[in-house]
Design a protein around this ligand. Structure first.
Ligand SMILES: Cc1ncc(COP(=O)(O)O)c(C=O)c1O
Length: 383
């Protein structure tokens, strides 16, 4: 049985009539830039992030860039970024002219190591970007305390975590800014690129709003050098159809993660990725330590240099899987010699050689999930 890593047709297909109606409505409105469709979606999406202001933008990447620009981050400033994350987190820092400072990861949550972040702060450090990776919140108590102590801005990168919570509070509404992506594979996936910037701060929201339209206020008078960071109302209307289903999608992912954990943890050589896991475990299973994560990915750690072999084994059997992320950001060609902290990233470097994500999308069928488990069980016998 073929098991894709993601099957968007199963999610978008049942909504076809509503999506088509939304498309037709926008088409007929002739309002193709900004306007009420966008404003309604922004306000509803901001609520999910527990934030009082939401701005629809062109992508999750531009959301990060816009947040950094609104905070006045630029040349001479340093920004703390996990080294083990998607490129956009640090790419956006570099695009402002600021310098990324590479921070190690926690081996169990895959999220930023707060102690390492603290150790790498300098007088130039202006901000930190915690990424709630794979759908699980970072330790926001520790991060907000660290930020308060060192006068840092906090931009939560929620691209993989819309709907996740930290101690009951939605991520994206805790730091100075939150940023989200609606890339099709995200928990709330659009039909193209777009993103969201969230904040509780009216002044920051206003500055970001101006920067989103070329720093323009009023029309044709430019206060700042901004850019075109707008989200299309067409995309907002399509996403508005899917937004009410987000909690259901997240629950579907959680149910799949639970079932994987039950079935895989019963296999010899498999343990939970927690402190005290047996040193000879071949597979470590991800744990939702907050109990409020949303499982954008179900990411295994495959130890002992066996990761690529498992990936090849599953791929041969038509089981979708992928490596998020095979090379940490400090080791990317464009960042070689850029930034500080690359000499001390032992966990991030290990994770990039061990991680493998398997299908966890909400519509994954029980038989498909069991096929994945059976293939892993077979592989373990010979690993
Ligand atoms: C952690 C993280 N940050 C930022 C982004 C960028 O989002 P987008 O693809 O919408 O630009 C992504 C998307 O993959 C991501 O996973």
């Amino acid at each position: 049985m073929k098991v894709p890593l993601l099957d968007l047709s199963k999610q978008n297909g049942p909504l076809e009539a509503e999506l088509t109606a939304a498309f037709t409505r926008v088409l007929k409105s002739t309002c193709y830039i900004m306007g009420p469709e966008l404003e309604k979606f922004e306000s509803d999406a901001a609520k999910v992030c527990g934030a009082s202001h939401g701005l629809g933008v062109s992508s999750g990447t531009d959301a990060l860039l816009l947040a950094l620009m609104a905070l006045g981050i630029g040349p001479g400033d340093e920004v703390l970024s996990p080294a083990f994350t998607f490129f956009a987190t640090a790419g956006s820092i570099a695009r402002t002219g600021a310098t990324p400072v590479w921070v190690d990861s926690d081996p169990h949550t895959f999220n930023i190591d707060v102690a390492d972040a603290a150790a790498k702060i300098s007088t130039k450090t202006k901000a930190v970007i915690p990424v709630h990776l794979f759908g699980q919140s970072c330790d926001m108590d520790a991060l907000m305390a660290l930020a308060a102590k060192h006068n840092l801005f906090v931009i939560e990168d929620c691209a993989q975590s819309m709907g996740a919570k930290w101690k009951g509070r939605p991520v994206g509404g805790i730091g100075h800014f939150g940023t989200t992506s609606f890339f099709p594979s995200k928990n709330l996936g659009g039909m193209g690129d777009s993103g969201l910037v969230t904040t509780q701060d009216a002044k920051l929201a206003e500055k970001a709003r101006i920067l989103r339209v070329h720093g323009m206020q009023p029309k044709y008078y430019h206060k700042y050098v901004g850019a075109n960071f707008r989200m299309d109302p067409l995309q907002a209307a399509l996403l508005a159809v899917k937004l009410p289903h987000l909690a259901g999608y997240n629950a579907g992912r959680a149910a799949n993660a639970k079932r994987y954990t039950e079935l895989l943890s019963a296999l010899p050589g498999v343990a939970l990725n927690k402190a005290g896991a047996p040193a000879d475990a071949k597979l470590l299973l991800p744990v939702d330590f907050t109990g409020e994560g949303i499982w954008n990915q179900f990411t295994l750690r495959v130890t002992g240099g066996r990761r690529d072999a498992l990936k090849a084994y599953l791929t041969e059997r038509n089981i979708g899987c992928d490596i998020y992320y095979p090379l940490t950001l400090d080791r990317q060609e464009c960042f070689l010699g850029v930034g500080r902290g690359a000499d001390k990233l032992p966990v991030a470097h290990t994770l990039s050689s061990e991680v493998l994500s398997i299908p966890v999308f909400p519509e994954l069928e029980p038989a498909q999930l069991e096929t994945v488990v059976a293939a892993i069980a077979e592989w373990l016998k010979q690993a």
